[in-house]
Design a binder for this molecule. Structure first.
Ligand code: ADP
Length: 493
């Protein structure tokens, strides 16, 4: 077994200061996959200082975008060369089906390529003239790297979520300390190897593995950090925001969701069933944008529920490396217990469990669960309103467009939403009224590196991906020059 007992700090592989490790498990069999370096505050401090030095004294922030693009493209190639190895590692660490992991890793490489291109474009777009009303002055704005960024990422798309932060930060000229989730830390360490081979200068990217309170909290509190980027749960996001408030760190947060999917009764039944299933069951439902609240117009309600149950029963469940599997195990025992409790709670709250929510036959070890379908879910129930983060879909009927919109928008979250109808005018109208950062029409979930990603309300602050992702790591400076040879006139007349 490969060793993951070192941290990557200042271009070196070092043992954590306290010398500890923690185990990461394979959720399909509950066996220890690897012992991983347990970083603590002392390691975070070293990593931040290394990043600080690389930013303040090193070449990286001063290089041209084109030079940074060369390194980013090397990282993308390094990822592609090991695509299946990395995907296999992701399957064992996270549980997801292999084809989905292959897609994640391919997209991870694509993300580095995309930001390489944006880094190049920055060379020509870095400075822009601003026309001032007072013609005695000349003004230009300039985009500059924000400084040292801290990234704290979740376990559901481990390497891809790292790329969403590392790639734009490096493209912008920032230096970074990355803290992956303790549940899935392995591909972030692999990313450090790849970045090292790509000749990224020492200190530009540092990877510190460790537990949330031991390594994540000191990173979010560290005064040497200028920017914090976080993806994860709302309660942890709130803690990070509080920590960032102490010294006014710039933050971007991508948090939870309880995203609605409105299905009008003119929709194609089979297409609706597939998008609903994909929208909540892909990646075991461990997806922040999962469309977990489905609103179906009365005329289609009963036939759709019947077909959903039939199709859910056919989903192949098993270890992610097994051929044809569409649902792997949940990530760990805590998540598994949480989902089982949510299923029990839904039944107590009066929702009708039409299918699933139990351990599948023949899967004695591992955190496997049959996909759960709840119908007639009460609007004031916990399962209708709170994020479950597992393969559990809640369905309710509605009568008209106004009711569907009211119900869809009645949430403290606003990450994503979806609407399906053959009447495109109606679908587009509804899309514009939905209070969410991402709205899908006649589909759910497809995600593109070029388009902005982030939520309204308690689903977060800021946008990742596309040019918005790059702007997360850029400051805007104005440089204003007085061109007149006349005195300013405050006291010289
Ligand atoms: P979950 O509860 O689903 O694991 P979290 O939002 O707690 O989701 O975890 C996402 C990331 O936040 C992980 O990398 C985790 O280690 C980190 N984390 C957890 N607690 C804290 C904390 N108090 N401060 C900073 N990071 C934390």
């Amino acid at each position: 077994m490969k060793s993951y007992e070192h941290l990557y700090i200042d271009g070196q592989w070092v043992k954590p200061a306290l010398g500890g490790t923690f185990p990461t498990l394979d959720p399909s069999n509950e066996a220890v996959l690897a012992q991983v370096a347990a970083g603590t505050a002392a390691d975070i401090d070293l990593a931040v200082k290394a990043a600080r030095k690389a930013f303040d004294e090193g070449p990286w922030p001063q290089t041209s975008g084109a030079q940074r693009a060369v390194v980013l493209r090397r990282i993308a190639s390094g990822i592609r060369e090991r695509l299946d190895t990395l995907a296999t590692l992701e399957v064992h660490d996270n549980g997801k089906p292999f084809p989905e992991a292959q897609w994640d890793i391919g997209d991870t490489a694509g993300c580095f390529d995309f930001y390489a291109e944006l880094a190049e474009q920055l060379d020509t777009r870095q400075e822009q003239n601003v026309q001032l009303a007072d013609e005695r002055f000349t003004c230009v704005t300039r985009k500059e790297p924000m400084g040292v960024a801290g990234a704290i990422i979740p376990w559901n798309f481990p390497m891809l979520m790292a790329a969403w932060k590392v790639a734009p930060a490096l493209a912008a000229g920032c230096c970074m300390v990355l803290k992956p989730s303790e549940l899935t830390p392995l591909t972030a360490l692999e990313l450090a190897h790849i970045a090292h081979e790509a000749c990224l200068p020492a200190g530009v990217l540092n990877v510190v593995t460790g537990l949330g309170p031991d390594a994540g909290a000191p990173l979010s509190e560290h005064p040497g950090i200028d920017k914090l980027a976080f993806t994860g749960s709302v309660p942890t996001g709130a803690k990070i925001m509080q920590a960032a408030a102490r010294d006014i760190k710039n933050i971007s947060l991508e948090l939870g969701g309880k995203s609605p999917f409105i299905i009008f009764d003119d929709s194609d039944l089979e297409a609706a069933v597939e998008w609903i299933m994909f929208g909540i069951f892909w990646n075991q439902g461990e997806v922040c944008s999962a469309t977990s609240r489905v609103l179906v117009q009365r005329g289609l309600y009963e036939p759709l529920l019947k077909r959903l149950v039939e199709e859910a029963g056919k989903l192949s469940i098993g270890p992610g490396m097994q051929d044809g599997v569409l649902l792997g195990p949940l990530v760990n025992s805590t998540q598994y217990q949480k989902i089982l409790q949510a299923v029990a709670r839904g039944q107590e709250e009066g929702a009708t469990l039409l299918y699933g929510g139990t351990r599948p036959l023949g899967c004695e070890a591992g955190y496997f669960l049959t996909p759960a379908i709840f119908a007639d879910v009460p609007v004031d129930s916990w399962i209708w309103n709170e994020e479950i983060f597992g393969p559990v879909v809640c369905v309710r009927p509605f009568d008209d467009e106004a009711e569907a919109l009211r119900s869809a928008n009645d949430s403290r979250f606003g990450l994503a939403a979806a609407v399906m109808s053959r009447d495109l005018e109606r679908a587009e109208r509804v899309a514009r009224r939905l209070r969410a950062g991402i709205v899908w029409v006649n589909c759910s979930q497809p995600t593109f590196t070029e388009a902005p990603w982030g939520g309204y309300k308690q689903s977060g602050i800021g946008r990742e991906l596309g040019e918005w992702g790059l702007n997360n790591y850029l400051e805007t400076k104005q440089i204003t020059r007085y061109d007149s040879d006349q005195p300013w006139g405050w006291y010289i007349k």
